[in-house]
Design a protein around this ligand. Structure first.
Ligand SMILES: NC(=O)c1ccc[n+]([C@@H]2O[C@H](COP(=O)([O-])OP(=O)(O)OC[C@H]3O[C@@H](n4cnc5c(N)ncnc54)[C@H](OP(=O)(O)O)[C@@H]3O)[C@@H](O)[C@H]2O)c1
Length: 331
């Protein structure tokens, strides 16, 4: 089978397409023929050696996937060869076959369409994070105002859709007309181009000076302080990620003045520590997906050999919604 392989820490361009032996499942693993590997920010960080996990070389990046089970470990009972599944691993999905712990895959309906199999394999991380952030961490309530930074990106666009489903008024902030259009198409009530003009002033104008109740920030960097200043009385500021690179340093008197809270969001740890609530959230998300109440956007598909380009596009701030890799298409 073919795989994209990381043999030394570096940029996505250092990844190589190689012929690799098919993986054997461990006793509690399954082997999945990968239909989709989603491109996510942590995949690029793993390749650079800048993530918590530093796998032994050579390894394939790719943590989120869907596909079909083609082999079972000796101790796996609840799954069968032929099952369509989604899976969350730390790495390994940018390959035509991947061995993954059975506890990390969830079966899908046997008659799922190819289109939904692609979506299922690329929405759990971003939508799971956005739902956990808004519902479990911010206790978002209907009628509240939500400001989403990076609103055309993976987590951002998910937060726009879920904010609307929770009954919030959503202000989407992003850097290009294309990203803002995507946010509007996915339900944003108002949009702000924060590459042109002062974010704080624009939020002040849209909210009549009141400020917002919740900020969802997967971007960090220079946007965080002005966005924190947009928070109104008893607001909650969700610290989700640092796509811009820099980890902001904040004067905490800003929190005192608004009676507001800075709230950390760490979805991966939530999944590990609170599996029952995580499963409830997944049931909710798959239910919304079936009813088409959420419409995850896949803006670009890459063959396996172009997985490095997909990861580089994320780093270059080019992605709108999700980018996915199709491992069964090599070129
Ligand atoms: N805490 C958690 O549990 C959790 C879970 C999932 C992801 N994350 C983190 O959240 C962050 C965003 O993930 P994502 O999937 O939404 O990524 P994404 O799809 O690439 O979106 C990130 C957005 O950040 C903005 N951005 C600003 N400066 C950037 C830069 N220098 N490079 C790249 N993007 C930049 C871009 O929007 P504009 O161009 O509009 O500014 C971009 O759309 C990542 O750091 C990821 O690791 C955290």
């Amino acid at each position: 089978m073919k795989a994209i392989v990381c043999a030394a820490w570096g940029p996505p361009s250092s990844l190589q397409l190689r012929e690799m032996p098919s993986p054997e499942p461990g006793p509690q693993q399954v082997v999945v023929r990968t239909r989709v590997a989603a491109a996510n920010f942590p995949d690029a960080l793993i390749v650079a050696g800048k993530y918590q996990a530093r796998p032994a070389f050579p390894f394939s990046p790719g943590g989120e996937l869907s596909g079909e089970i083609i082999a079972l470990g000796a101790e796996v009972r609840q799954l069968a060869v032929g099952d369509k599944v989604v899976g969350l691993a730390t790495y390994g999905a940018c390959a035509q076959e991947v061995a993954i712990d059975a506890s990390h895959v969830v079966p899908l309906p046997a008659d799922i369409s190819d289109e939904d199999l692609e979506i299922a394999g690329s929405f759990m991380l971003t939508y799971g994070t956005a739902l956990h952030a808004l519902k479990d961490r911010a206790n978002a309530r209907p009628g509240e105002i939500l400001l989403v930074l990076g609103a055309g990106g993976g987590v951002g666009l998910a937060a726009v859709e879920i904010g609307k489903l929770l009954g919030m008024r959503v202000i989407a902030a992003a850097s290009t007309a294309e990203k803002l259009a995507a946010a509007r198409e996915h339900g944003a009530d108002e949009t702000i181009d924060y590459a042109n003009g002062d974010l704080r002033e624009q939020v002040r104008a849209l909210t009549g000076g009141r400020g917002v109740d919740v900020v969802c920030d997967p971007v960090g960097g220079d946007f965080t302080e002005p966005a924190l200043r947009c928070v109104g009385w008893r607001g909650r500021y969700l610290v989700v990620g640092f796509a811009a690179g820099a980890i902001p340093k904040i004067a905490i008197n800003l929190l005192l003045l608004k009676g507001s809270s800075l709230v950390g969001v760490f979805w991966g740890e939530f999944v590990r520590r609170e599996p029952a609530l995580h499963m409830q959230n997944m049931t909710q998300l798959f239910g919304w997906l079936q009813l088409r109440r959420i419409r995850p956007l896949i803006s670009r598909r890459y063959p396996l050999s172009q997985a490095p380009q997909a990861l580089q596009a994320l780093l270059d701030r080019q992605a709108v919604g999700k980018l996915v890799i199709l491992p069964q298409q090599v070129d």
